[in-house]
Design a protein around this ligand. Sequence first.
Ligand code: SF4
Ligand code: SF4
Length: 455
Amino acid sequence: MMQSPDGLTTTNAAGRRVKIFPASPPKKGFFEVRRKWVQWGMILLYMVVPFISVNGHPLLLLDIAHRRFSIMGTLFFAHEVPNLVFVITSFLFGIALITTLLGRAWCGWACPQTVFIDRIFRKIENLIIGDHLKQRRLHESTMDIDKAFKLGLKWFAFVLVSITLGHFFLAYFVGAKPAFHYILEGPSEHWGSFFWVMLMSGVVLFDFAWFREQFCLVACPYGRFQSVMMDQGSLFLAYDEKRGDCINCMKCVNVCPTGIDVRYGLQFECIACTACADACDSVMEKIKKPKHLIGYGSILSLQGKIPKILRGRTIVYGTLLSISLFALQARLSARKLYQQDVIRAIDTPYQLVTDPSGRAFVINHFKIEFYNLDWNKAQVSYALSADAIQHGVEMIRAPSSQQAFDVESGKYVETQFFLKVPRTEFQDGIAKSSIEVNWNQGGLKSQSGVTLVGP
Ligand code: SF4
Ligand code: SF4
């Protein structure tokens, strides 16, 4: 194996960025043909996801303003910490499992960073300026009218694409319909959303047009963690040095979007884009040598061994993923969209009163909280249960207290009431009673038991 250079290939000794101009991979390369379709499919998916509904709800919505998230049409609120923890752990263990099996296939084939840069931003550059050699020449030339015109046109196109993407990405955060209305109504009606669209467009422009491979190298945590998740059977773009067919043409280096030399072996900068494999295949074809000097392989396959699918890490990550998904499923099936909690108020434990006829009653003070975890506003009312009325229990509410409440989506409403219970209902200082809660959604009725304390 060749000796790997120290430091990043896109940074010089002074720590300054070295701009790279990767060549386009061969158009008819085995991977390039397939990657083109997959990447356009991913672009389409990223654009339409906010517009897809599952059971009438968004497939994915990250409504940070209202602290609620829709994942596969299921609504989660920020205060549902255990449920969100299982969503996040399922996602992380899923990524770990895929990485152990397929390496960084996600980065090279599906990550928004790669697909938008490869299929849109680089294509614009190629169209306006020309191939990688022309781009480098223009970069190194002094400013003149031709350079100013080409750069101006390129950045104008980049800005237009970034603003378009910024509008689409807004739908991820506010939902498809509101985003559509905001766009139609214009910035003067929705300054907040306009600000976020402009911010997102700015981030897209900065990242996809200028920062590019630097994001993968210095900002993305996934690249840094890959070595923890990968093992000797994980796939990566492997150079088969023992074949001895390399003619040192540097085509694999010229096409690399992160500027590395794949012949140094597995490096954290490699995003598994497969461009080097296609470039080398085209060279091997010309010199009439077998293809796949660079191709998908693993450390074990380079040693002539076949990696098993079931191995230490895949078993551990697969087990953790299964546990996490199972726990999430269990929590979701036990989850109630409409909930209420009756709790004793922490003032006087009880009051003893006697009516004019001399009957003794005990009064307890309660708080009741109604939670609405559904998408829409719900109305709720509460009253004594029929059983409580039969036992002579009375409910006393503050005069201002309403009987029915609106509870906004993701919110809770708290109110208070007193229960007046005949003293004869108490045994050993305790009496049981119940109240009935009616949610208007689907005529949902439930009873909440309450425990009263008395003398
Ligand atoms: S080494 Fe090959 S697969 Fe890895 S980033 Fe460079 S060109 Fe892509
Ligand atoms: S493209 Fe193939 S032949 Fe050319 S330098 Fe890379 S590995 Fe060697």
